[in-house]
Each structure stands twice: as C-alpha cells, then as structure tokens.
Design a protein around this ligand. Structure first.
Ligand code: SF4
Length: 377
C-alpha cells in the first residue's frame, strides 16, 4: 500500500544547523499553503489504497488541528486510507499544548514524532532550539494525556562541545521518558551552516571521530538493554512499533508526497515537487502541476536503491528475493569487492541474507559504494 507524505515548510525560528526545506512561519502564507495542499491532493486523487500518512517538515505542529484535519479529509477523500493507518505528525516540543494535542488526536493523528535532539539545555541552546530539556519531557507527558500511545523522539549526537558522557545522559533520559520509538542522528554541519561560524567564534569543538563511533555504539547498547530493538541504522523501536511509513522508503515501497519539495516514488516513477513555497502555491493555484524531474526509474537505478536502502535495515537484504525480482545474482556480481568487509566482520552473508554488523553500520556508506556502477562511482 502507498504511503502519503505531506510537507509543512514552516518553522518558528531557524535552527543554526538546519538544511531542510523550510522558512519562517507566516500566517498568511500558511493559509494559502494549506489551500494549495488540499488542491494538489484533490488533483492527484486516484483512490489508491494507502496505509500511512506522515506530516513532516519544517514544523507540522505549527498547523492548527483543524488545518491538519482538513488535509486528512482531503487525503481520505482522494485515497482509500486504511482505517488503522499509521498517521504521524512531526512536532517540536515547545509548540504543543494539551488542547492542540487533543485536536490532532481527534483529527486521526495516532503517532507523534518529537524533534527533541538533546535532553541537555546547554546542547539545545548551542543548536538554537526553542525548547528546554524539561519542556521535551513535558511534551511527552502531554501526548500521553491526550491519548497518544505511539511516540517517537529524535536525538542528535556528536554535537559541539558534547562529550560521550553528556550524550549518554540524553540517551538515559530518553529511556526514562519512554517513547515507543527513537531515531538517533549524527549532526552533520553543512558548509555554510551558521553553526559553523558560531563554533569558530565561540571556539566550540566536536569530539574526535572515534568518539562519534563510541557514542553511536554505546547508545545502541543502552537502548537494547532498555528493551528497544534496533531495526535500521538510525532507528530503534519497541517490538511492533517500527515506523511503517519509513519502512516503505527502506524496502522499495511506494509513496506520494504533497507540498513544496516533497518527493514521490510510485509505480517505477519518481518525481520531486517545486521546492520554493511561493512557487509551489502559485503553480497549484493556477491549476498547474508542481512536479519537476519526473522520470521512469531504470532497472539498474531500482536495484541500486533497493540494495542501498535494504542494507540500512538490521535484517539486511534478501539476495534470493532480489534475484527473483531483478534477475541479478548480486553475490556473484559483487562478492569479490564485498570480501574484505566480510573478513573485517563489518558485513555478514548468511544465505540469502546480506546484512551489516553494527560496526559495519558505522562504515555503511563505504560498503554501499560497492553497489554503485563503476561509471558513477
Ligand atoms: S525546527 Fe527542524 S526544520 Fe525547523 S529549522 Fe529547526 S531543524 Fe530545521
């Protein structure tokens, strides 16, 4: 079944490391954007069966519950959305109240994903986040009170001035707070990020690379001890609480994205919507199509992507299934290049499954390069 993604490109402030498609909240622009979203959804409606909706951003929790409800109505009107569909809303802790959370829940949202990033106030201040650690804990409490039994938290590691012990404090606090799901990301500071300049001016430093690896490994150990299961390089969950929506990205599923900059991959085709919020609204309002770069994926592209994304999962890739689907014996084609990683215990081949070990996950990009055709590498 399809996944449906809705992009909400507004934020109350711009974090100093952020490279997402987002801009500052403006009430008038937001009203026109929600109208455009509904129009885009109506134009794309084809009654296909879908079992997930994901509101991502930006900060989707800057939309009022009735706006989220109106977008969900449009999706239900245009698609055959399963009654038990997983409906996720990304939220920033400082934006939610008991009444907005009750409103989202009443609209049908049944999973919240909070961008917490750290449970230490000094980390949060350095990142330019608007919430405190206490507020993040409170946001989870409010979610429980509003009836949410499926909550995910994002944390970021390898922050400026962050030691391994400080990182693990955040992980321990996450365990105490007790979400069903957690995503752990390494902070990546892109070349022109304002954070880079602030770091230089304030003489903040990053821990050595080896510490970043230790942060990752120690956090995964702690989360496992606390009953979470890692199912993807960056994601852990209580059993049965894996993100159904995100699993579509990693297992060759289909999804349609709505809103500015949203990507879609469906029926062997891929496209991306216009990134600019204003251009997106103007195009849709004029009855046009916001899609750009629509193209049919070649068999090689589909295979490469299946291998890349599948290897992110702890269960690995079923090479037998790949051979049946693509007619390619991946092991015969690549085993010589893969051999050093097998010997280094970074990769395990247990026919028909090929999977990364946890140490291998730290070098996933290097290992996955084996699958890129030599002309592109
Ligand atoms: S809240 Fe998220 S999307 Fe918005 S600026 Fe911060 S990191 Fe970027």
């Amino acid at each position: 079944m399809l996944g449906l993604y809705v992009h909400v490109p507004f934020c109350a402030a711009i974090c100093n490391y952020c490279n997402f498609n987002r801009g500052l909240f403006d009430a008038g622009l937001k009203d026109r954007y929600v109208a455009a979203l509904r129009q885009e959804i109506a134009a794309a409606a084809d009654g296909s069966a879908a079992d997930t909706v994901f509101f991502g951003g930006g900060t989707p929790s800057l939309l009022a519950p009735d706006e989220i409800a109106s977008i969900l109505d449009a999706l239900r009107g245009g698609f055959d959305l399963a009654p038990d569909a997983e409906i996720t809303l990304e939220a920033n802790p400082e934006t939610v109240t008991d009444s907005t959370l009750a409103g989202y829940r009443a609209a049908g949202v049944n999973r919240l994903s909070y961008g917490v990033q750290s449970f230490r106030d000094d980390d949060l201040a350095r990142l330019g986040r608007l919430h405190t650690a206490a507020r993040a804990g409170e946001a989870v409490r409010l979610a429980r009170a509003a009836g949410f039994s499926n909550v995910s938290l994002d944390l970021m590691m390898w922050l400026p001035q962050q030691s391994i012990a400080q990182w693990l404090e955040s992980v321990d606090r996450l365990v105490e707070v007790g979400p069903e799901h957690a995503s752990l990301y390494l902070l990546e500071i892109y070349p022109n990020a304002p954070l880079r300049e602030t770091m230089a001016r304030s003489r903040w430093s990053l821990a050595p690379d080896d510490d970043a690896a230790d942060m990752y490994l120690a956090a995964m150990d702690r989360l496992e001890q606390a009953g979470y299961e890692q199912y993807e390089i960056s994601n852990v969950a209580r059993r049965g609480r894996e993100s159904t929506h995100n699993l579509k990205y990693w297992t060759g599923g289909g999804w349609t994205g709505f809103g500015c900059g949203a990507h879609s991959t469906r029926d062997g085709r891929r496209w991306k919507n216009r990134s600019s919020t204003e251009e997106y609204i103007a195009t849709v309002a004029a009855g046009g199509h916001p899609r750009l770069d629509e193209h049919v994926l070649s068999a090689d592209e589909r295979l490469e992507e299946r291998l890349f994304m599948g290897l992110r999962l702890t269960q690995g890739i079923d090479l037998g299934a790949i051979e049946r689907e693509f007619g390619v014996d991946v092991w015969a084609r690549h085993h010589e290049d893969l051999e050093p990683f097998l010997e280094g215990r970074l990769l395990i081949y247990d026919f028909p499954l090929l999977r990364l070990t946890r140490a291998g996950m730290l070098l996933a990009n290097e290992i996955m390069r084996v699958f890129i055709s030599p002309t592109v590498r």
